[in-house]
Design a protein around this ligand. Structure first.
Ligand code: C5P
Length: 245
């Protein structure tokens, strides 16, 4: 089966506070996207890779062209991303074109995802799954909150509403893998959504769940952390330093 990988790298990265698109932010001296692409290529599962970059970005396009030149066996292309993550995925799906049976959607921000995670997702698809996501157990105790009222509001703005049973919770990561036709159909159903509604679609698996498709879980990795804040960047730097032989 032929696998296409979408790398979404069109986010603004405002929470990192660098004044640069997140995928350009340096991690151990190289843009975050370079690490992400190296991970995808090391997994050896992709026949094609399409990267959604911020509209008008030339730095990341040039980076992708460099990877394409070094990897003539893999078709590596770029597209302008959209206003939401879902719009960036839709653009990259068109960029991948026909001719792939399975699509993996990966966040550039999960730049240090080990190759094994890609391989597990690809293997589950090859075994017949239509949707697969990597997941890890949640270590924190999670509670839901509601606004405090009356005199309570002077003490603290919120209070606990309930405690969720942690045993059933999973934090999901990327790459998320899908049957290509099923993902394309799910995205067609989004065509009429406004940008506000599209913002609520934080991953592709959600679209599958809504469509009644079973989403299979395979083990993720702590190393697949999503680089969002300065703290995450420091953790990623430390992980990379520990990987050096
Ligand atoms: O904003 P958040 O961290 O949830 O974004 C997750 C991923 O989606 C990031 O890799 C980001 O680059 C990507 N993204 C995108 N286009 C957008 C928004 C986010 O490609 N408009």
């Amino acid at each position: 089966a032929s696998v296409g990988v979408i790398v979404v790298a069109a986010g603004s990265g405002t929470r990192l506070g660098y004044g640069l698109p997140k995928a350009q932010v340096p991690l151990a001296g190289e843009p975050i996207l370079a690490h992400a692409l190296r991970g995808v290529l090391a997994a050896g599962v992709a026949a094609r890779i399409c990267v959604a970059v911020p509209a008008g970005d030339t730095v990341l396009r040039k980076l992708c062209a460099g990877f394409a030149a070094q990897h003539p066996d893999v078709v590596i292309s770029t597209v302008d991303g959209g206003a939401s993550r879902a719009a960036s995925v839709a653009a990259a799906l068109r960029g991948l074109g026909d001719g792939v049976d399975a699509v993996l959607v990966h966040d550039a921000a999960r730049a240090l995802t080990p190759p094994e995670v890609f391989q597990r997702v690809a293997a589950a698809l090859a075994a017949g799954a239509r949707a697969v996501v990597p997941a890890v157990a949640v270590v924190d105790t999670i509670k839901t909150a509601r606004p405090s009222t009356g005199a309570e509001a002077d003490i603290a703005p919120e209070k606990v509403a309930a405690t969720v049973d942690r045993a059933h919770l999973r934090a999901v990561q990327t790459p998320q893998g899908f049957d290509a036709a099923a993902l394309a159909r799910a995205h067609e159903s989004l065509a009429g959504l406004g940008p506000g509604e599209a913002d609520g679609i934080t991953d592709e698996a959600l679209l599958m769940e809504r469509g009644g498709v079973d989403v299979m879980l395979v083990p993720g990795s702590a190393q697949a952390l999503k680089i969002t804040t300065q703290l995450d960047l420091a953790v990623a730097e430390a992980l990379l330093a520990a990987r050096q032989p």
